[in-house]
Design a protein around this ligand. Structure first.
Ligand code: C2E
Ligand code: MG
Ligand code: MG
Length: 650
């Protein structure tokens, strides 16, 4: 007898610990969480009723036992059996909630009736059992099983088997690991039932139930996978899981996508605590809007400051109001650690499946829609964004680049560079052009970073080098009297393994001497100290190829880098040049030029558009001028014509 109670007592202890961990891990909001807690509570109640029943049974058969105990005996056993039967019902409900297919049950009255029928019948039978004794009765105050006792096991089996079938039918919504974990609970319960059926005195069922729940809590109801510990909102993996289910179950839902555009920037100069406080603040604002507008929305925190608010059913009608309220709340400046922080978020409403009809598109659109459109500060709609030329272009950029490469749609243009001292054009910069059949001119400012990300930059870079070498090797070029052509190298190319070999092989192939080309690296690339880049530059430099530092004045003006790298030319960026009317900037430019000249660097002023600018830079003793004032970048034949014409007028 003692051992029997120990099993139930152990179950109570386990269940109380489980309840505490579930609540402390905030696993209380979602429907499966609520059902899981109900399962714990019902099992707890059932165990308590079992303990009471066992104690009363013992007392009843002792010398002190009297007939007066009968109502209490029936009551405790009946409560135990009713609660015990409900655990299997909740197990099935738990599985249905994991698949998020409530609507299928709710809208189907036959299914609904079939669902409740067995438990209703058995509950009624238990309720009238004190008068019929068909489930159990008391023989001389001793608990005795009745003729229909196995009926309860049959009812339990109906729910457990249905649950497993349901799970198998919806296996697409589960990972193998989760599926195995949920199924594994069933044999555990079945074994315990069999043991208890044949050995009634070993009341192991509640203990087995508690173990099963413990197991589910560790494998299925895992907070680490679902809840973000900082914000308390559901996290990325849960978002992906839920959205997948929504699409598979053909639900209508609306997602408010909140993507910050300056989070990484803010994060880089905020402490860990400040960043966490910022995220918590936004999460709280979302909760507030959800509460005040009674949206019953699901809130998610993904990563890098990205949040999601998902509305279902009739609450979708509130989307517009909700998105605008969220936008207003997030726009409010907040003070974190005595510092004003302003998080700029692109907010977009996506109706699914009307505007976004599959999981993959929702995830890829959400990943970076904010990078492909301009920030307006207004709530946007997925349809409008899809309708924007710029967005479609950015989304298809990888394909456009690939298509252009395969179909030879890339073209190298040349922009002449004028020597102030020699009063003639002495070199040119090679600039890549992409003219797409559908989107027309695509700026290198867009396709170069995209090609860097995808890795296409390497073959594109090789193409530019080859085109330039071919041009330099041509008879026509020799008549132009140019010293060299500048080729832009992107940051990724600078660190490329095999860059040196590729360039030298190309020079060799066309019989071009190394001093006929000059490689431009951007200031931002140069600022990132990278040994691979330094090695590449050193080797190329030793082979006789010179380098320019491009866009000087826009990145991190790291003088130490300028001094340590083998640079021959510095190109003052247009942004620098444009501010020349500002007296202070004039002083900066004047002294920058002087400093660079003292370091024996040659200087190109870029983006020169007017005669007066040419004069200003000539007065500062800059060496070269490049800009629309002389010529825009033009195709090879036009460039040849331009230089020839300039030679005649000289
Ligand atoms: P960059 O190397 O600084 O090139 C100068 C940019 O300024 C070019 O823009 C040129 O057309 C523009 N520009 C020149 N003079 C003027 C002017 O007077 N006024 C104005 N408003 N603009 C002027 P583009 O061709 O659009 O190229 C943009 C950037 O794309 C380049 O900046 C370079 O970083 C990159 N890029 C272009 N071609 C290549 C390439 O073949 N390889 C790599 N890695 N990057 C390239
Ligand atoms: Mg350049
Ligand atoms: Mg430049």
């Amino acid at each position: 007898m003692k051992a029997i109670i120990h099993f139930d007592v152990a179950a109570v202890v386990l269940l109380l610990i489980l309840l505490y961990t579930v609540i402390s891990r905030k696993m209380t909001k979602a429907v499966p969480d609520k059902i899981f807690i109900s399962l714990i509570l019902i099992t707890l109640g059932s165990s308590a009723a079992d303990i009471t029943a066992i104690l009363l049974d013992g007392y009843a058969v002792s010398p002190e036992g009297t007939e007066a105990l009968l109502p209490a005996l029936y009551c405790s056993h009946s409560i135990y059996l009713i609660l015990h039967n409900f655990t299997t019902v909740l197990y099935l409900l738990f599985i249905v909630s994991l698949t998020d297919t409530w609507h299928k049950l709710k809208n189907h009255w036959i299914l609904c009736s079939l669902f409740w029928l067995p438990i209703t019948v058995i509950t009624l039978i238990i309720a009238v059992n004190p008068f019929t004794g068909i489930l159990f009765y008391f023989d001389d105050l001793a608990y005795t099983r009745g003729a229909l006792f196995p009926l309860m096991y049959a009812v339990a089996a109906i729910y457990v088997v249905t649950a497993i079938c349901y799970l198998v039918c919806h296996r697409k919504l589960f990972t193998m690991r989760k599926m195995a974990s949920v199924v594994a609970i069933a044999p555990l319960l079945a074994i315990a039932m069999i043991v208890q059926y044949f050995f009634p005195s070993s009341t192991v069922e509640m203990y087995a139930n508690a173990l099963g729940l413990m197991f589910a809590s560790m494998t299925v109801q895992t907070a680490e996978e679902t809840i973000d510990s900082f914000t308390g909102l559901r996290k990325y993996s849960a978002y992906a899981d839920d959205m997948k289910k929504n699409f598979v179950n053909r639900k209508y839902f609306t997602v408010i996508l909140i993507n910050p555009i300056n989070f990484i920037h803010l994060q880089s100069d905020m402490s860990y605590d400040a960043t966490t406080a910022l995220l918590k603040d936004i999460a709280e604002k979302l909760r507030k809007v959800n509460r005040e507008l009674k949206l019953h929305a699901r809130l998610y925190y993904l990563d890098r400051g990205r949040f999601r608010v998902v509305l279902h059913g009739s609450y979708r009608g509130e989307t517009e109001t909700a998105a605008n309220r969220i936008n207003d709340e997030i726009k409010k400046k907040i003070t974190i650690c005595e510092r004003d922080v302003e998080l700029l978020c692109s907010i977009c409403v996506a109706k699914c499946p009307e505007e976004i009809e599959d999981f993959k598109t929702l995830m890829s659109f959400g990943a970076d829609f904010h990078e492909k459109i301009k920030y307006t500060g207004l709530v946007m709609h997925a349809d409008d964004i899809f309708g924007q030329n710029q967005f479609m272009l950015m989304s298809k950029l990888d394909d456009i680049i690939e298509k252009a490469y395969v179909n030879h749609k890339f073209q190298v243009y040349y922009q002449p560079i004028y020597s102030i001292k020699q009063k003639k054009f002495v070199s040119a910069e090679a600039l890549l052009r992409l003219i797409d059949d559908e989107y027309g001119f695509v700026s290198p400012e867009l396709f170069i970073p995209a090609a860097e990300k995808s890795g296409a930059i390497y073959k594109i870079g090789d193409y530019v080098t080859e085109e330039v070498c071919r041009f330099i090797a041509s008879e026509e070029y020799k008549t132009l009297g140019l010293n060299y052509i500048e080729i832009n190298l992107s940051a990724a190319q600078c660190t490329q393994d095999g860059l040196v070999e590729n360039i030298l092989a190309m020079l060799k192939k066309y019989g071009v001497s190394p001093d006929s080309i000059n490689l431009e690296i951007t200031e931002t690339a140069a600022a990132k100290s990278h040994s691979a880049m330094e090695k590449n530059m050193q080797k190329l430099s030793e082979s006789g190829i010179s380098f320019s530092l491009d866009d000087y004045g826009t990145g991190y003006s790291n003088i130490k880098r300028v001094v340590s790298l083998p640079l021959r030319i510095v190109k003052l960026d247009k942004a620098f040049v444009d501010e020349m009317n500002n007296p202070k900037m004039h002083i900066v430019v004047k002294n920058t030029v002087k400093m660079l000249k003292d370091m024996k660097m040659e200087i190109v002023a870029e983006g020169i558009e007017t005669q007066s600018m040419v004069e200003q830079f000539a007065a500062l003793s800059c060496d070269f001028i490049q800009g629309y004032y002389f010529s825009k970048p033009v195709p090879e034949d036009k460039f040849v014509e331009f230089i020839k014409a300039s030679m005649q007028t000289a």
